[in-house]
Design a binder for this molecule. Structure first.
Ligand SMILES: [Cu+2]
Length: 111
């Protein structure tokens, strides 16, 4: 009887651990990654904490180039599959746009 209880507890712990790890992964993805698709940034507005690495994931068939308004940060011209990372050590609102398609805009709010 004791053995069965121990086995049940171990199985439950493994399941809980697995769920925790998966939950964390999903959180990171939703907070830090901006996908470029169909001539748009998604999400176009995100809020992150200081020094968080924000990844632009270029998944559009057209080329795009990211440039920031308040900071002198500019990516190379990005092809599909390219990634570009930024982080900020000062809080503020950082607007960005695509130099090739200036109607593509977004903002990163750093708190
Ligand atoms: Cu573009």
């Amino acid at each position: 009887m004791k053995k069965i209880i121990i086995i049940v507890v171990i199985v439950l712990l493994v399941i809980v651990g697995f769920l925790l790890i998966n939950g964390k992964k999903e959180n990171q993805i939703s907070q830090n990654v901006i996908t470029i698709e169909n001539f748009a940034f998604s999400p176009a507005k995100i809020t992150v904490s200081l020094n968080t690495v924000v990844v632009f994931d270029q998944q559009d068939s057209a080329d795009h180039q990211i440039a920031f308004v308040e900071k002198d940060i500019k990516s190379l011209v990005m092809k599909k599959g390219n990634k570009f990372e930024v982080s900020f050590d000062q809080s503020g609102i950082y607007n960005y746009y695509c130099t090739l398609h200036p109607s593509m805009k977004g903002k990163i709010i750093v708190q």
